[in-house]
Design a protein around this ligand. Structure first.
Ligand code: CA2
Length: 145
């Protein structure tokens, strides 16, 4: 069995499904994690799914992924637009990184157009709700091979 694909989510995504369904969909983060686990399993991978509201915790998990993961799917949430610490941690990885967003930040407020994470990502999947995570896991598995 290959190392798992890490699926990390940033701040406020623990509340997914409780508000703004027109932007983020109706699924909870638990639903999303179930979907990605099934998709990954069909591709021969396990997933490690985690969420944190804390930048440093996300940095710790990204560092952990250096040794423990085949690939990383990251929805950095708002930290994608602000966090050089997360970008620096991502730059230390030699595994593929796929950035993922439920909404399409490029079609929203101008401050969401900049993402630091994309500087270290193989690609970005955004705008497909929970399906963005499934597509990102599929891309990550393809790149990890
Ligand atoms: O579209 C995405 O996945 C985002 O990463 C979500 C972030 C936002 O800051 C990014 O620009 C795009 C916001 C996450 C908010 O979390 C929610 C909590 C409850 C209900 C809906 C979303």
């Amino acid at each position: 069995m290959p190392k798992p694909i890490y699926v990390l989510s940033g701040p406020n995504l623990n509340l997914l499904g409780t508000r703004e369904p027109e932007i983020y969909g109706h699924e909870t983060l638990e639903d999303v994690h179930r979907l990605v686990a099934a998709r990954a399993s069909s591709l021969g991978y396990e997933v490690v799914c985690r969420q944190s509201n804390h930048e440093g915790v996300l940095v710790d998990w990204i560092q952990e992924a250096r040794e423990s993961a085949s690939a990383l799917v990251l929805n950095p949430a708002a930290y994608g637009h602000t966090s050089i610490a997360i970008l620096d941690a991502l730059k230390m990885l030699s595994i593929p990184v796929v950035e993922c967003h439920l909404s399409n930040p490029a079609a929203r407020e101008t401050f969401r157009r900049k993402t630091y994470v994309s500087l270290a990502a193989a690609g970005i999947i955004s705008g497909f709700g929970a399906r963005s995570y499934e597509l990102a896991v599929e891309a990550a598995a393809g790149l990890a091979r």
